[in-house]
Design a protein around this ligand. Structure first.
Ligand SMILES: [Zn+2]
Length: 70
């Protein structure tokens, strides 16, 4: 099973390579990750970068956690 975010407003989804728990964590802490990005020199894990970008692009939209069979 793969987990990802779906924007209900735009009807697009992404499936970063990580767990459901990590995605839920990131969704609730976008502001924390934004701060981390300002201070990191090495960048963050790829799933976190991808997830953050999606959440940032769809700020204010309705984002849900979704799953799909692999
Ligand atoms: Zn959207």
């Amino acid at each position: 099973m793969q987990y990802g975010y779906q924007c209900e407003d735009c009807e697009v989804a992404i499936f970063p390579t990580t767990t459901r728990g990590e995605l839920a964590w990131l969704r609730d802490r976008v502001h924390v990750v934004r701060e981390m990005l300002k201070h990191t020199t090495t960048g963050l894990d790829q799933w976190m970068m991808d997830g953050f970008e999606f959440l940032d692009d769809h700020a204010g939209h309705s984002i849900v956690l979704v799953s799909r069979r692999t």
